[in-house]
Design a protein around this ligand. Structure first.
Ligand code: UDP
Length: 241
């Protein structure tokens, strides 16, 4: 896959469809893959924290999660076909895992949200084999979770610990596993469990999902600071080029 650099992060030039197909192939061939769906917050965190950046750069695929990244690419004279959001990719992969009766491990969120997520998966994707699950508030020194993944060898491991934890967790554990598609998916369990609503399609089409989320959860305003920072960083890069 072609890649382009935005603020020193190599984004894959891909569509949601193609990315999903590529990952399904990896799962079918029992290969290992690490996916980061990076939004401006992830890019800015990587820019400011070398350790985190190192973890992100070990990913096999970094996709543009958010219209901010797609617009940033345009400003740099590059073209990213579309936004490839973590939640959308997660839903695609669950749907194929269901069709192919593959196994999935669910890691992250509060225990309550996790249990609700598993209940939704059991009803909406009944052919998925749930290889195991664990809530996201655990001791990293405890090897119970990696041991379970090693034993069960799931086709997919979805890690919903938010940034920077999910990328750090995957990067620091993936070497222990033989295969599987590993992906950080932020608050996706909260959305699937019905605890947090995604913006209606209309808002998404207008590229205003970020605004919808801010309106629904005003406490996110601090985190939104990453967006203008990212914009300025891209402008600086453009001037350098
Ligand atoms: N979370 C977790 N462990 C932690 C911190 C957070 O499992 O130590 C979960 C949290 O419960 C939520 C998700 O990680 O389900 C992060 O959600 P957030 O809205 O921050 O993610 P976003 O989609 O905005 O990246």
């Amino acid at each position: 896959m072609d890649r382009i650099n935005i603020v020193n992060i190599p984004f894959v030039k891909t569509t949601l469809d193609d990315m999903a197909k590529t990952l399904v192939l990896h799962a079918q061939r029992q290969e290992k893959a690490f996916v980061v769906t990076a939004n401006p917050e992830i890019v800015m965190k990587a820019d400011q924290d070398p350790k985190y950046k190192e973890a992100v750069l070990t990913a096999d695929y970094i996709t543009a999660d958010g219209i901010g990244i797609v617009k940033g690419a345009q400003l740099l004279g590059e073209n990213l076909p579309e936004r490839v959001a973590g939640f959308d990719l997660f839903m695609r992969l669950l749907a194929t895992a269901n069709e192919m009766e593959q196994s999935v491990y669910f890691l992250g969120a509060s225990d309550d949200v996790l249990q609700k997520t598993l209940a939704v998966v059991e009803t909406e994707f009944p052919n998925i084999r749930i290889a195991g699950s664990h809530h996201g508030f655990f001791d990293w020194e405890d090897s119970q979770i990696p041991d379970e993944i090693k034993r069960e060898k799931p086709d997919y491991v979805f890690v919903a610990l938010g940034l920077p934890r999910q990328e750090q967790w995957i990067a620091s554990h993936i070497d222990q596993f033989d295969h599987g598609v590993f992906m950080g998916i932020g608050g996706s369990f909260d959305v699937l469990a019905g605890e947090v609503k995604r913006a209606p399609a209309f808002w998404q089409k207008l590229n205003l999902e970020w605004f919808y989320r801010l309106a629904m959860q005003p406490s996110r305003v601090k985190r939104m600071g990453a967006l203008p920072q990212f914009g300025l960083r891209v402008l600086r890069e453009r001037m350098k080029r």
